[in-house]
Write a protein that binds this ligand. Structure first.
Ligand SMILES: NC(=O)c1ccc[n+]([C@@H]2O[C@H](COP(=O)([O-])OP(=O)(O)OC[C@H]3O[C@@H](n4cnc5c(N)ncnc54)[C@H](O)[C@@H]3O)[C@@H](O)[C@H]2O)c1
Length: 357
């Protein structure tokens, strides 16, 4: 069987992870790469077996007609690459979290891909870590009794981390959709970042199956002293009537259940380990429509809508109904409404990471 051809756009950190992992899988071959930085492009081509290179993604897609169009660019660049993928006739689009910075863009991306009947996946690949898999296994086994709460905290800021937190809790909760969200936010420093975010956001979600979601992301979120790596201080879990199970991104997993007592194990997020199964899932889905990728866009959008509803609530107050029926510009809402009062940090390292005085 001929390998599926792939065009990768954005040859930064994540673009290189993707391109290398596609080429390492015999079901794929990277035939084109794109970046606006010619030096970066040349260096990448040398490591990837000399694919066709270019600085214009749309032109490359039209020329190469790749089966898979993959883009790994900053969060403000989404729609032009979705359009380029569709114009090039790709069968699957693979792109990075977050889905989009605004609900207006997220909803239009969904509409365009649905109208074209094109598959899409979003890179929430931490889930392949053995510690994440273990927590999912415990939750799914019923050992927690009736699950009533899922939760996630991260000290990294919203546009980097909240998408991950919500997606993995939605996985633990079998992707039951949200019905409303409510949140507060503080601090304007990271609004100017390339992952623009309030410095701290925290909120609640009602899921259709009655489960409560609780999220905190940014400088006010609690330390996880068991974890050294600052970006790995994420705690994501589920509580039920008979116990809890949770994963620490760079600190293993732990659980207490009625029948099993206290249990724990190792695990740390690893791109090298997590990318191969994420990539293989794309081959499986391209081969067979029934083998839907677990990181498919519909799953990612359940989380994206929650994340955007939390931002709307933080800007405008009150509970925001889900699913979102009309698009808005949540970035503009936050920039317009967020208070000037500086964020209060939960521990000193956050002050440094957020560049606070
Ligand atoms: N899933 C994860 O675990 C994870 C981890 C880190 C980052 N990310 C996400 O990945 C995305 C990219 O992050 P990164 O760290 O790889 O960024 P990066 O800055 O390392 O790479 C982005 C690349 O895109 C290129 N680029 C910019 N505009 C372009 C254009 N018009 N055409 C072609 N190339 C263009 C840049 O020159 C750069 O090389 C972000 O959305 C980020 O949130 C995900």
């Amino acid at each position: 069987m001929n390998p599926y051809t792939v065009l990768v756009v954005g040859m930064g950190k994540r673009g290189m992870h993707h391109a290398t992992s596609f080429n390492a899988n015999p079901r794929f071959k990277v035939t084109g790469i794109c970046d606006i930085d010619p030096a970066r492009l040349e260096a990448a081509a040398a490591k990837l077996g000399g694919p066709r290179t270019g600085t214009d993604a749309a032109a490359l897609a039209r020329e190469l007609k790749p089966d898979v169009f993959c883009f790994c660019t900053m969060p403000h660049l989404r729609t032009p690459f979705i359009q380029a993928a569709l114009a090039g006739g790709s069968r699957l689009v693979a792109f990075e979290k977050p889905v989009a910075l605004t609900s207006a863009e997220a909803l239009s991306i969904r509409a365009a891909l649905r109208a074209a009947g094109v598959k899409a996946v979003v890179s929430h690949q931490h889930r392949y870590g053995p510690h994440y898999q273990k927590v999912k296994e415990i939750v799914a086994s019923g050992a927690l009794g009736r699950v009533h709460t899922v939760y996630g905290t991260a000290t990294g800021w919203m546009t980097h981390m909240l998408s991950h937190l919500i997606d993995y809790t939605c996985w633990f909760n079998d992707y039951s959709p949200g019905t409303w969200a409510m949140a507060q936010a503080a601090g304007r420093v990271k609004l100017a970042d390339n992952h623009p975010s309030p410095d701290y956001i925290g909120g609640f979600v009602q899921f259709a199956n009655g489960v409560r979601g609780v999220y905190e992301c940014g400088a006010g979120a609690p330390d996880q002293p068991e974890v050294g790596k600052w970006w790995g201080k994420n705690r994501i879990g589920a509580q039920g009537t008979e116990g809890f199970a949770e994963v620490l991104t760079n600190g293993g997993w732990r659980a207490v259940t009625k029948s099993g007592g206290f249990q724990s194990g190792d695990g740390a997020m690893s791109y090298d380990a997590d990318m191969p199964p994420y990539i293989q899932g794309m081959a499986d889905w391209l081969d067979n429509d029934a083998r839907v990728h677990p990181c498919n866009l519909d799953h990612a959008l359940i989380g994206a809508e929650i994340m955007l509803a939390m931002q709307r609530s933080a800007a405008e107050g009150g509970q925001v109904d889900l699913p979102l029926t009309a698009g808005a510009d949540e970035q503009a809402l936050l920039k317009g409404r967020l208070s000037d009062r500086p964020v209060r940090v939960s521990f000193e390292q956050n002050r440094k990471e957020f560049g606070l005085p």
